[in-house]
Design a protein around this ligand. Structure first.
Ligand code: GDP
Ligand code: MN
Length: 376
């Protein structure tokens, strides 16, 4: 789960990370009243759950009320990468002497969290990482011992030539690490970390929480901004389905995350592009299956659907029942290919005998049939 910059900065301040003086606002009048506690120049920043706001015109420096008004009017309602801006952050502008990067995330190859830092922070960090990866420094964090200050100090000395700044960097890293572990994050990031008047300040803040650990943090869970998330993913979450929307045209309904990944791999292998990841889970019910079909058919990119079920606790007849309901209620005209094996497979087959569904014996066959159906 992602949260907005203004929410992440509130968490930062609780952990003693210095930020700029700032206030969130959802309208021009709120922005103007925020100015009673702030002084010009300020930066008006779009609050959307996506990076690259600066480049998209969602971050503007303003020096007076007239400029504030036009910045607020242009940014509120702006569409940034498909998300509509309905909240702003008004932050006292700082003089940026240098922009750095610091963050903690999980390195899948090293299988540990890593502290990452760079002297080349700012809006071009992705480019820096691609073109000059040697400018990105990192160190593994032991999941048992946590981040040790010598590790942060070691990185700090490669970035700053001033001991005071190194010390300050070490405390930034320590606070980030505390947030990362306390709140079960998958990413905590400051970009840019800014040098201004000989001090380091967090000018941006990004936190991503591990959804599976949210039950341990009810206060964090309620920060979720459903209006800023992909609507189909919100609908799926309500139905207890693991769903991630993708850009392809093959809809997949699968039980189990591993089988779902393998199905997507195989679709790609035979030249298709999955439209989604969808795991209906182990203990499925006809309702879940129906909901899965609703979500998938609502995606207008989908041109064929592959249902790949390996029935254990999941019963194939439950899946068949859900499919029948969906076919009846949603008037689905897309080709549907089903590979249903395991518990109650024969019963499922009988139930679906008179439906337009094509059966496949194996997963590979199912994938090939689906790709063929795409081509008409
Ligand atoms: P992002 O583009 O979504 O990552 O948004 P950021 O919050 O990182 O802002 C993008 C860029 O705007 C930063 O890298 C800075 O160059 C600039 N910026 C943000 N806040 C300030 C500020 O207070 N003063 C100045 N001069 N520039 C700022
Ligand atoms: Mn940023």
């Amino acid at each position: 789960m992602k949260i907005h910059e203004y929410q992440a900065k509130e968490i930062f301040r609780k952990y003693k990370i210095p930020t700029s003086n700032e206030k969130a606002a959802a309208s021009l009048s709120e922005a103007k009243s925020a100015m009673q506690e702030l002084s010009y120049p300020v930066v008006v920043k779009a609050q959307v759950l996506v990076g690259g706001r600066g480049k998209a015109g969602g971050v503007k420096l303003v020096k007076n009320e007239a400029e504030l008004t036009s910045a607020v009017n242009s940014i509120l309602g702006m569409n940034i990468k498909g998300l509509i801006v309905n909240k702003l952050l008004i932050a006292e502008a700082l003089k940026l002497e240098s922009e750095y990067y610091v963050g903690i995330t999980i390195d899948r190859e090293k299988q540990t969290p890593v502290l990452i830092a760079s002297a080349s922070g700012g809006v071009d960090i992705e480019q820096v990482a691609q073109q000059t990866p040697e400018k990105i420094l990192s160190v593994s964090i032991s999941p048992l011992l946590g981040l040790k200050s010598f590790q942060a100090r070691n990185l700090g000395y490669q970035i700053f030539n001033d001991t005071t700044l190194v010390n300050s960097f070490v405390s930034f890293a320590a606070s980030l690490s505390q947030i990362f572990f306390d709140l079960d994050c998958s990413l905590v990031e400051i970009n840019p970390l800014v040098l201004t008047e000989n001090k380091l300040v967090a000018v941006d803040a990004k936190i991503v929480f591990d959804d599976n650990a949210l039950y341990r943090h009810p206060d964090i869970a309620q920060l979720r901004d459903l209006s800023s998330e992909e609507p189909s993913e919100v609908q799926a979450k309500k139905a207890d389905l693991s769903y991630v929307k993708l850009d392809g045209n093959v809809g997949c309904v699968v039980n189990g995350a591993g089988l779902a990944m393998a199905t997507m791999d195989l679709i790609k292998r035979y030249g298709g592009e999955p439209a989604n990841f969808l795991d209906i889970g182990g203990s499925s019910s006809p309702d879940k299956m129906r909901e899965a079909m609703r979500i998938i058919t609502a995606d207008k990119n989908v041109k064929a659907i592959l249902v790949n079920i390996f029935g254990g606790i999941t019963r194939c007849d439950d899946v068949a029942q859900g499919l029948l309901w969906a076919l009846k209620e949603e008037h689905i005209s897309l080709p549907i290919i089903a590979r249903l094996v395991g518990t109650n497979q024969d019963k499922a087959r009988t139930m679906l005998e008179n439906s337009p569904i094509t059966f496949a014996k194996t997963m590979t066959e199912g994938v090939k049939q689906t790709i063929a159906a795409l081509k008409g």
